[in-house]
Design a protein around this ligand. Structure first.
Ligand SMILES: *Cc1c(COP(=O)(O)O)cnc(C)c1O
Length: 442
């Protein structure tokens, strides 16, 4: 047994070679910088000529007919909800473990978020979907959580059987593939964040993609007053009378500095993320078979499915395999051992947040989540206990394949796992983790 660094032992030895750009992201080129300065100097922030170039390129890359850029991912998902016609009294099913921006917007439409469970990969559990379906269900919000492609065959089959819309939240999974097809190409519409922490990082922006003309026009009219006109909105009869005003009462336009950055990122995205995948798969190969921590990744031997840019890589954590050792203490030990950004977590389950229990946006004296529903969907929370006890730990998000460094980080994890028993004593509060993002790690 080796004494762990947390308890006074030696930390894992890191390579003598410089770490270099191991974690640097996004990669910004001289061309990106020149493009940004051009927008600044010509004062073209609020125009949309560059944004339209980016949209066309992105739609082609995504394999969708239409793409519309937004000021952020939350707004693009809001527009997607309007675009499918989400309205008062409707229900929309979403996995409970995700960021609030996947589904909190439902209350803006008088609709109820209904939460379903996640599986071992922290991904929407299709086996829990039918439980959630009622005559009020209008749509399923699929989240490809931590880059892992959700089980789209099963989800789409259920959606078709019950005649439901599918929206994909691709904020974690740009370019990830499921059985040879990109995430974001399955649902009626997909929307995603491109904020600066994401794998596709273009400053602060969002993108919506669809193949359906009506969805495109509704999404355009929702947040783009300057393009809500007959040039763009010309087939959907009931919208055409409302030209020149954004129907959502919101302004969703992307800043063109971000459009420039988006174009630059897209140009090299496949090449750069191929390297990320090589590095991340190699890292996880080193930890294969150890107890307690398992990769959240697609089968590396299957070329048809992959993890895209590997946003926010995590391992699924199973305390029962380490005599109940808490994720918090495990991560603390890994930080001391050598990977200083190891945190227990993932998002807390949304159904546990007071926003979804009590918040009264409309001043109606009742929770907005159920204000227009004849049933109290919050009663379903009892079914979500399994999701509350699914845990995970963050692992390094390598952007370069540097064997020596990846080996060293893997060694830090392996050392903690192989010597975990000494951590049991002193593991008093047994916190398994999760967090509300926005509150940075202490
Ligand atoms: C980041 C994120 C969003 C929101 O995107 P913003 O660009 O931050 O508005 C939505 N859903 C998920 C799953 C996210 O991670």
């Amino acid at each position: 047994m080796k004494k762990l660094a947390l308890l006074g032992g030696e930390p894992t030895k890191m390579p003598d070679t410089p770490q270099g750009d191991l974690f640097k992201w996004p990669i910004i080129t001289e061309e990106d910088k020149a493009g940004v300065m051009d927008v600044v100097e010509r004062n073209r922030f609020s125009a949309y000529d560059i944004t339209e170039q980016f949209q066309d390129e992105f739609a082609a890359w995504q394999g969708r007919k239409y793409a519309i850029a937004y000021c952020n991912g939350t707004m693009s998902l809001t527009a997607a909800m309007y675009a499918i016609g989400l309205g008062v009294g409707d229900e929309i099913i979403c996995p409970t473990k995700t960021y609030w921006g996947s589904v909190s917007q439902a209350i803006n439409f008088g609709a109820s978020a209904v939460f379903c469970n996640i599986n071992e990969m922290l991904s929407m559990d299709p086996n829990d979907l039918e439980r959630c379906i009622t005559p009020r269900t209008k749509a399923i919000m699929v989240v490809h959580y931590f880059s892992y492609p959700a089980d789209m065959d099963a989800i789409m089959a259920i959606a078709r059987k019950h005649n439901l819309y599918v929206i994909e939240d691709v904020s974690h999974a740009h370019g990830a593939t499921y059985k040879g097809k990109k995430c974001g190409s399955f649902g009626d519409v997909a929307a995603m964040s491109m904020m600066s922490g994401k794998a596709f990082a273009a400053g602060e922006m969002g993108m919506l993609v669809t193949d359906k003309r009506e969805i495109y026009e509704r999404a355009m009219a929702f947040g783009h007053y300057e393009r809500n006109n007959p040039k763009y909105v010309n087939e959907t009869e009931d919208l055409m009378q409302y030209a020149h005003i954004a129907l959502g009462g919101v302004k969703g336009r992307a800043n063109q500095i971000c459009a420039v950055l988006g174009r630059g990122q897209l140009k090299y995205y496949d090449e750069r993320t191929a390297e990320v995948r090589r590095a991340m798969n190699y890292f996880w190969d080193q930890l294969e078979g150890l107890p307690g921590l398992r990769a959240i990744r697609t089968d590396p031997a299957d070329p048809t499915s992959h993890m895209g840019g590997w946003y926010a890589p995590h391992g699924a954590y199973f305390p029962e395999e380490l005599q109940g050792l808490s994720a918090r203490r495990f991560c603390e030990a890994v930080r001391a051992q050598g990977y200083r950004s190891c945190w227990e977590g993932g998002n807390f389950c949304l159904h546990t947040h007071p926003f979804f229990k009590n918040f009264d946006l409309y001043n109606l004296g009742k929770p907005s989540r159920i204000a227009f529903n004849d049933r109290d969907v919050r009663q379903d929370d009892i079914y979500l206990k399994p999701s509350e006890s699914r845990y995970c730990c963050s692992v390094p998000w390598f952007k370069k394949f540097d064997k020596a460094w990846i080996d060293a980080y893997a060694e830090a994890f392996r050392t903690v796992i192989e010597n975990y028993e000494q951590l049991l004593e002193g593991d008093e509060n047994r916190i398994q983790g999760g967090r509300w993002y926005g509150m940075e790690n202490a």
